[in-house]
Design a protein around this ligand. Structure first.
Ligand SMILES: C[S@@+](CC[C@H](N)C(=O)[O-])C[C@H]1O[C@@H](n2cnc3c(N)ncnc32)[C@H](O)[C@@H]1O
Length: 442
């Protein structure tokens, strides 16, 4: 199998089957077995690049298509985007880009669609220009949307929230590959092992347990680590656990992690606490809760992590009000802060989604704040960059009587916004986009 064929297969799973690109790509690469590393690299570039640029590729293709791309057979649409990405972004010779896209469409048994793919890509190859973007000063959201292939509604949201220049930098950074970031309790020891194996490793900029590895896969890191424990986790996610409970380091405290699976923050919190500490990890989905429990055992944290499968937005039997030293609500969200890792979200999320998520987010925060003892911190976080899921939730909670609390001592001020809340942005901080706000229980 070639890299192009593999990319086509993965992109079809994303487009037609609703798969996550990263998981579908990992699974396809594993299944392909001994694929030439160059072909595997090409497949990765094609999958991520095509999804990152899909909206502007569609705009460029639409100039040459006789019917709207939304009405085209999905396999043909994927073949068109793959061909257009190679023509406009990879400098692939036109003949190769067109003929390979056509044969991919044909392999999907869509003879008629292959003719359409051929005609549209040939026209694009004769005039290989992206659709022109309006000037930033005239139509800021239109410029950001078209120049960086962002949905118009999200470009409008970022422009209104952060201003045109910042929104453009953010959208641009979201089109760059995300680094491989690890968390290790003994960061220095892990860094030494990775460096000894000639991996390119450096400390994360803001998170004290974070390491950034360049040019290596997770399995290469695992081999080099030779048993030294680590977890793959973005730096911003590490900062959330520290915001929630940084001052409890080494203490035998109780922490509630209300939305816990797959468990990155649960395990971080458990490692932070002293040997007699406990993290109660709530997760509403039984399968995810079970996987979380098993992973806690595997990491040797079973004694410190108690997984409870329950809906955290409703009273949870057995959990007493005022019984935790810190509460974290890492709420389900639109995920728009993670577009570098999940570019398919550009195509899946819609304008009304942030407001739609805000209802359950408020319910979770309201229900869980009461589990904190008086004076203990209650932290709300999302890996989403929208006002509705971030600052507007904070304002609503303040209106409900929750008082904003300062971050724990030593927390890096570089990742705080003007209101003192956590706001990480990939172009400024190098990590995923997260928002977090900390309150004090009354
Ligand atoms: C953003 S993810 C949490 C990520 C996790 N904190 C981590 O660091 O790995 C949100 C999680 O909350 C779960 N969830 C959604 N609604 C919930 C609810 N009402 N009660 C408990 N868990 C919920 C989802 O299934 C999902 O696993």
């Amino acid at each position: 199998m070639t890299g192009r064929e593999l990319a086509f297969q993965v992109l079809r799973r994303v487009e037609e089957g609703g798969a996550f690109a990263s998981r579908a790509l990992d699974a396809a690469l594993a299944q392909a077995g001994a694929l030439d590393p160059r072909e595997a690299g090409l497949a990765t570039e094609l999958v991520y690049g095509t999804l990152r640029r899909a909206l502007s590729l569609d705009a460029a293709l639409a100039r040459h298509a006789s019917r709207p791309l939304a009405e085209v057979d999905p396999a043909a649409r994927v073949a068109l985007r793959l061909g257009a990405y190679q023509l406009l972004h990879l400098g692939t010779p036109p003949h190769a880009a067109v003929s390979e896209a056509v044969s991919l469409a044909r392999s999907a048994e869509h003879g008629r669609a292959a003719g359409f793919v051929n005609a549209v890509l040939r026209a694009l190859a004769r005039d290989p220009r992206p659709a022109p973007a309006p000037a930033l000063a005239e139509d800021p959201a239109g410029h950001v949307a078209l120049a960086e292939a962002l949905p118009r509604w999200l470009a409008e949201e970022w422009v209104a929230w952060l201003g045109p220049e910042e929104a453009l930098l953010l959208a641009r950074a979201m089109n760059q590959p995300a680094p491989l970031t690890l968390r290790a309790q003994d960061r220095a020891a892990l860094a030494t092992r990775l460096a000894a194996a000639r991996l390119d490793v450096r400390p994360a900029l803001h998170a004290p347990e974070g390491l950034v590895v360049t040019g290596a896969s997770v399995s290469a890191v695992a081999r080099a680590a030779a048993g030294a424990p680590f977890q793959v986790q973005d730096e911003a996610a590490q900062l959330v656990s520290l915001l929630a409970a940084g001052e409890l380091r080494g203490r035998d405290a109780r922490v509630l992690d209300a939305c816990a699976a797959p468990g990155g923050k649960t395990f971080h919190l458990a490692e932070l606490l002293g040997p007699g500490g406990e993290v109660v990890a709530l997760e509403v989905h039984p399968r995810k809760a079970e996987e979380l429990r098993k992973e806690a055992e595997r990491r040797g944290l079973g004694g410190r992590v108690r997984v409870v499968c329950a809906d955290a937005s409703k009273p949870v039997p057995g959990l007493a009000a005022g019984s935790f030293d810190a509460v974290l609500v890492d709420a389900p969200c639109t995920g728009t802060g993670t577009l570098r890792r999940h570019p398919e979200l550009k195509l899946r999320r819609a304008a009304g989604d942030p407001a739609r998520m805000a209802g359950p987010q408020r319910a979770l925060l309201a229900a869980c704040a009461g589990y904190a003892r008086a004076g203990a911190p209650v932290t709300y976080s999302v890996c989403a960059l929208s006002r509705a899921e971030g600052p507007e939730i904070a304002a609503w909670a303040a209106g409900q009587g929750l008082r904003r609390a300062p971050p724990p001592p030593g927390f890096p001020s570089a990742v705080l916004d003007a209101a003192g809340d956590l706001l990480t942005l990939p172009h400024r901080h190098g990590c995923d986009g997260f928002y977090g706000v900390r309150f004090t229980a009354g």
